[in-house]
Design a protein around this ligand. Structure first.
Ligand code: TRP
Length: 461
């Protein structure tokens, strides 16, 4: 049976899961939230969140998938806890929501890759004087372009997932992840020679002032960046071999994700700190879109910018692709495992449904006034795109993550989890520590996030 479902090899699993984890969250979101939180201390708090919350939940998700060899909904049924399959349904729904808007942003990265290639080939000098902000907002409100790039990205995604575990997902991860690391290292090494390198390092690693909202944001982001809280890792875990070590694999995945996040910061900040202070001010007011406005301009002021700029956007598109694949796989695996559809049928139909749903997000960036100004949560969100991100990052992922921690921490007995985690690893000395983190630290940290979202109006997006 497991032959029919497909299986990752040892390296294949680590690369596919790291591919899921490493995405826009690392290269686009992490640098700007680090900037907003003043660097230093936020980075430390984030590292602690990965270690104490992310890493334990990553192992919890993997063992649920691996021990049942099933995607989330069927996995809980197989474990004789049918009520918990609600958690699986929540994950499938979350996959729908996240992929719908994630694919729109991924579309921007393809567009900027193409733009940079063309700038590099003819006339990058004009980029420096161009008003890229105006250009970007025109692009955002161009419905046809938004739907076009979102559609292109979804089409590539569907194609890969339709090929299945070994021939599609594993193969693409084994090819793209090393390429991604090489590009990232090349860019990072290059930043060593920029004027802003030292300031970037100081900004990142010198402790700044600590505040509680940093903690909240760090834990929230740990979920998003590690692809936790919605069963993506449960699903990938279901294709993992029982002879491979869960703690080691989870450790590698968390490590790779963290390294990419930190290197991305070094690359971005070195570029940003290379321009004079005055020019930098104001640009950062719109830190969310900085990747598409300020950054290209700065790239072209660097030596080698004509090569580095397109390379950078290629990197981001690749990272987005391997993440999006995992989101689609969660939805597809449900239709295959639970409803017994064929992979091809599940991938094409669900991919198209998600594409269609994503059109609402694509048109809510200025093209349609109604969609762009939709405010179902009062002043917390504006527009469909923003609302989807708000729902996912603030509600769906934390609630899902909390339930997974409670399930593996409290519902599964000690003997059971010990056996599940040790299979393929041998004696796991830290079992008690891990269980403690799942039982107390994770639920408290997540509970606090949810409390803050409800009562103090904090939002993460
Ligand atoms: N981790 C990815 C990123 O950092 C995004 C992602 C992929 C994701 N799959 C997920 C987030 C599942 C949450 C859940 O960009």
């Amino acid at each position: 049976m497991s032959d029919k479902r497909g299986n990752f090899g040892r390296v294949g699993f680590i690369l596919a899961a790291a591919g899921s984890a490493v995405g826009l969250g690392n290269i686009w979101k992490f640098p700007y939230i680090t900037y907003e939180n003043d660097g230093g201390s936020f980075v430390l708090v984030y590292l602690a969140a990965i270690l104490l919350v992310g890493f334990p939940i990553m192992m919890a998700e993997i063992i649920i998938g691996r021990s049942t060899q099933k995607s989330p909904v069927s996995a809980f049924i197989a474990m004789n806890k049918p009520r918990w399959s609600a958690l699986g349904y929540l994950g499938v729904f979350t996959g729908f929501v996240i992929l719908s808007y994630y694919s729109v942003v991924a579309g921007w990265t393809i567009q900027y890759f193409i733009k940079c290639v063309s700038w590099s080939l003819h006339g990058f000098t004009s980029v420096i004087d161009q008003n890229l902000e105006a250009e970007f907002s025109t692009f955002l409100s161009n419905g046809t372009a938004q739907i076009g790039f979102h559609g292109l990205f979804m089409a590539i995604n569907i194609l890969i997932v339709a090929f299945g575990i070994e021939n599609g997902i594993e193969r693409i991860a084994k090819f793209l992840m090393p390429v991604l690391f090489v590009i990232l290292l090349a860019l990072a090494v290059n930043s060593y020679w920029t004027r802003g390198f030292q300031s970037a390092i100081v900004f990142l690693f010198k402790p700044s002032k600590l505040n509680p909202s940093m903690l909240l944001e760090a834990v929230g982001h740990a979920f998003f960046t590690l692809s936790l809280g919605m069963g993506a890792i449960i699903t990938y875990g279901s294709y993992m071999k029982k002879s491979d070590s869960v703690p080691k694999s989870a450790g590698m995945i968390c490590l790779m994700d963290t390294v990419v996040a930190l290197l991305s910061c070094i690359i971005m900040f070195s570029i940003i700190f290379s321009v004079p202070e005055l020019e930098r001010e104001g640009q950062f007011a719109k830190s969310v879109v900085i990747m598409f406005t300020t950054l290209p301009k700065m790239f072209y002021q660097l030596p080698g910018g004509i090569v580095l700029a397109p390379l950078f956007y290629l990197l981001v598109s690749f990272a987005a692709l391997t993440s999006a694949i995992s989101l689609l796989e969660v939805v597809v695996a449900y239709f295959i495992d639970h409803l017994h559809w064929s992979r091809i049928k599940a991938t094409i139909i669900q991919g198209i449904v998600i594409f269609a749903f994503g059109i609402l997000a694509a048109l809510s960036l200025g093209h349609s006034t109604g969609l762009s100004q939709w405010k179902p949560f009062g002043d917390r969100t504006e527009g469909v795109f923003d609302t989807m991100d708000y729902l996912a990052s603030n509600w769906l992922l934390p609630v899902g993550g909390m339930l997974i921690a409670v399930f593996v921490g409290w519902v599964l007995k000690k003997a059971a989890t010990k056996q599940m985690i040790e299979e393929g690893h041998g004696s796991f000395a830290l079992h008690a520590v891990w269980k403690f983190l799942l039982r107390f630290v994770c639920p408290l940290a997540i509970g606090w996030i949810i409390y803050a979202i409800i009562f103090s109006g904090v939002t993460f997006n």
